[in-house]
Design a protein around this ligand. Structure first.
Ligand code: 6LW
Length: 515
């Protein structure tokens, strides 16, 4: 993949554009800089900010919400919390508007540097719904356009279509009752609205069909941001529904003028593996595809798979981490990573267990997004003063882990698979001393014919190494840690945890690739 656009040639950017758990992307261009933000639900820090200048290489430069007070997600339900941020820029200020679903509601954060710090956030009263967009009309009045889905109260689940209000951003209140706008072609869940001005038209673009296989993008236009809007006859003009394309669930997009001089849409999609029933280990990722304008209507190219070639690798040795602080890529659940893990005097990362386990809403766990379909995570730990290990997690009900406890004579390693109310454990005794634990997600076994091996996303190998010997404790079906099975909006997050005592980790190694 190359970013060089010659003579107006459109560039095919990599796909996934931002791999791993990165749904609901929103993008803004400021000069030659591009910024994308995505949803984080019950995880903290919230709302990663990715930056690029060529639209090919993306680097996480920070997170919008690094402090619990900004979000208040400590008690949010699984899959609730931070839904669908929109990022915009005006007069030197970056704005991120977002819903804390089943929580604080609609909030606007501001920053002059998108790397942060971001403001504490202003709650906008009078917006009952999700997926807020922020735009300004020709007079400079702020408009919030949102999806009128109730997530709390007696009418939870009721949908009132796409709505809009004029708002006073500083005062944090709507200036009128929500007005109903064009709401798509009648597919379920009209959501993710974004409002744009292009040429003579104002465009209202939305997602509809739900975030699963029926997902799509529709658009309408008019001469005013207040409507009325006329729907495009090709709606939904982008969808992978009922196709066998490798990238499914495509929808929830945001438009941007790319460095090649054209328009693109960044959007969420999934990469399910398996025939007929297929499962997406990584959850909803960020993709991109090009848009051509024909008669001032958008024509979208199918979202094609164009993974970056080669291997993605990193080796975090905590001892060598600059400033002894965790980087922006670490996530914790309903708490800040700094509450979970601390550096000791020897530069190891220590997690102190409090009796909670990965089944609990606030486990002592910190992790990172799994970035590739084939991915191996490993850590070396000292479990002489506690019990802990490595885990691959979707939510409280869906996780695979390896947990070590070292006594004077030996180390006991337990591999565990938790799938809804079912738990299975495998254990082994190894020589006492440091132990290396590995979670290795490998492609599904090729099976001759139409067998169960063709119906899954991957195999997850749970392995322990001590005294120079590696044992595979369990070889488990990856489909149970997928977006389809966990019914979660998130994706696989893999990391370190402790259940009791002090567990000291030397590092985290990752090696991933696309098969
Ligand atoms: C997002 C909404 C959606 O706010 O999922 O199914 C929500 N639809 O657009 C969370 O990503």
């Amino acid at each position: 993949v190359t970013a060089t656009a010659t003579n107006g040639t459109r560039v095919d950017y990599p796909n996934p554009l931002i791999p791993g758990f990165n749904p609901d992307p929103s993008v803004v261009r400021v000069g030659d800089d591009f910024y994308i933000v995505t949803s984080t639900f019950e995880y903290l820090p919230g709302i990663p900010v990715y930056h690029s200048t060529d639209f090919v290489e993306w680097t996480q430069i920070g997170n919008v919400a690094t402090r619990m007070e900004q979000l208040g997600v400590e008690d949010v339900t699984t899959g609730g919390g931070v839904w669908a941020p929109t990022i915009r820029y005006r007069d030197g200020v970056f704005y991120v508007i977002v819903t804390i679903a089943m929580g604080r509601g609609c909030i606007v954060f501001t920053a002059t540097d998108p790397a942060g710090p971001w403001s504490d956030g202003t709650i906008i009263e009078g917006i009952g719904g999700i997926d807020p967009d922020l735009a300004w009309d020709d007079d400079g009045t702020a408009l919030v356009t949102f999806s009128g889905l109730s997530t709390t109260g007696p009418d939870a689940g009721a949908h009132h279509g796409v709505q809009q209000v004029r708002v006073d951003l500083d005062a944090g209140r709507a200036l009128e009752e929500p007005r109903s706008l064009w709401s798509g072609t009648g597919l379920k869940f009209p959501e993710a609205p974004h409002l744009y001005r292009r040429g003579a038209y104002w465009y209202l673009m939305i997602a509809e069909g739900g975030t699963e296989r029926g997902h799509g993008v529709s658009i309408a236009r008019g001469s005013s941001p207040y409507g009325p809007f006329e729907g495009y006859e090709a709606n939904p003009f982008l969808s992978a529904r009922s196709t066998s394309r490798p990238i499914q669930n495509t929808g929830h997009g945001d438009l941007v003028e790319t460095p090649d001089g054209g328009t693109s849409i960044v959007l969420l999609g999934m990469r399910p593996r398996g025939m007929t029933q297929a499962f997406s280990a990584l959850g909803r990722e960020t993709f991109v595809t090009r848009i051509d304008w024909v008669d001032d209507w958008p024509v979208a190219q199918p979202v094609e798979l164009r993974p970056r070639p080669g291997v993605t690798e990193y080796d975090i040795t905590f001892h060598d981490v600059e400033g002894r602080s965790l980087d922006d890529g670490w996530l914790a659940i309903r708490q800040e990573p700094a509450n979970v893990a601390k550096f000791d005097v020897d530069g190891r990362l220590v997690i102190t267990g409090d009796g909670s386990t990965l089944d609990d809403p606030r486990p002592k766990f910190i992790g990172r997004r799994q970035l590739n379909q084939t991915a191996r995570f490993s850590t070396t730990l000292d479990a002489t003063q506690g019990s802990g290990g490595i885990a691959s997690r979707y939510d409280e009900d869906h996780h695979y882990e390896l947990e070590a406890t070292t006594g004077p004579e030996m180390t006991v390693v337990v591999a565990r698979a938790r799938l809804a109310s079912l738990v299975q454990e495998w254990s082994v005794m190894l020589p006492a001393g440091p132990v290396e634990l590995t979670i290795d997600a490998v492609p599904p076994s090729p099976s001759g014919g139409f067998g169960p091996g063709m119906m899954t996303s991957d195999r997850v190998l749970l392995q322990a190494t001590a005294g120079g010997k590696t044992l595979t404790l369990a070889d488990v079906d990856g489909r149970y840690l997928s977006a389809e099975t966990a019914a979660s909006f998130t994706g696989r997050v893999v990391g370190l945890y402790a259940t009791s005592g002090r567990v000291a980790f030397a590092g985290l190694r990752y090696r991933g690739s696309e098969d």
